[in-house]
Design a protein around this ligand. Structure first.
Ligand code: NAI
Length: 261
């Protein structure tokens, strides 16, 4: 029999860029990756909010973290962040395309086109911009580059009045599969994380009783998830040991989409 293969379950020393990391799941992912020893580039729209997350992480005695403002709707800004990351840390090993927002809009709405364009640009187009900018570094990553794109349960079905978001998230799953098949020969894996209802900035405006009713009716765990419960699955996807996990759309939804009645 062949000897047991010991695979590396640490991201210590890897360099990760996380978008939308000033809040919610991006913030939790930044905290977790930093605690696991990765160099983390915390990015989000507002520099002061990014600075807050960096100082929270610094307060835990971790200093291999930087925070830079980035609007992922700006292609040139993405290229700059990737270049600055490579300058600072010597490469890029992990991308977490996480930035997103919610904006309900009906097909009859006057601002439909604005919502559509912004949703697709921020939550879909930006993913390929980031990956294409980072590709020269990801392919040089010593144990294989890792891409995680954050989709949603809205990547499998649809909630009314959410069509630009739904289209973007379905697109993220397709784009992730396309990245997975095309980049695998370069040793890079790409997977999508599909959260269900999670306590974050996006859902904080939903009344607590509505959250409870939804969760009890739709989610077998009967509650919203916490950002850390998603961040830990994201971590699992980017481990060097996750070398054969590729092209998956992983539901982190408390069983929501497995439930019929
Ligand atoms: P959040 O609101 O706490 O965090 C999202 C972050 O993205 C914010 O800090 C926001 O400033 C940032 N952002 C928005 N537009 C940006 C842009 N153009 N450039 C850079 N940053 C931008 O919300 P959450 O829930 O943590 O969102 C993270 C991801 O998870 C999003 O892609 C969202 O669609 C997805 N998601 C969230 C679910 C939930 O129930 N909270 C469920 C399924 C998916």
């Amino acid at each position: 029999m062949e000897p047991y293969r010991e695979l590396n379950r640490s991201i210590k020393g890897k360099t990760a860029i996380i978008t939308g990391a000033a809040s919610g799941m991006g913030r939790a992912t930044a905290h977790l990756f930093a605690r696991e020893g990765a160099n983390v580039v915390v990015t989000d729209l507002d520099q002061s909010k990014v600075d807050t997350v960096v100082s929270e992480i610094n307060d835990a005695g971790i200093n291999h973290v930087v925070g830079w403002a980035l609007d992922v709707g700006d292609h040139d800004a993405i290229k700059d962040i990737v270049a600055k990351t490579a300058d600072k840390f010597g490469g890029v090993d992990i991308i977490v395309n996480n930035a997103g927002f919610a904006h309900l809009v009906s097909f009859e709405s006057e601002d439909y086109d604005v919502s559509w364009e912004r949703s697709i640009r921020v939550m879909l187009t930006s993913h390929q911009w980031m990956v294409r900018a980072a590709l020269p570094y990801l392919e040089k990553s010593s144990e294989g580059g890792r891409i995680v794109n954050v989709a949603s349960t809205e990547g499998f079905g649809a909630t009314p009045l959410n069509s630009p978001y739904v289209a973007a998230k379905h697109g993220v799953i397709g784009l992730t599969r396309a990245m997975a098949v095309e980049l695998a020969p370069k040793g890079i894996t790409a997977n999508a994380i599909c959260p269900g209802p999670i306590h974050t900035g996006i859902t904080e405006g939903i009344q607590d009783d509505h959250k409870t009713i939804f969760a009890k009716r739709r989610v077998p765990m009967r509650r919203y998830g916490f950002p850390e419960e998603v961040a830990n699955i994201t971590l699992s996807c980017v481990l060097p040991a996750a070398s054969y996990l590729n092209g998956q759309a992983i539901r982190v939804d408390g069983g929501q989409l497995s439930k019929n009645a």
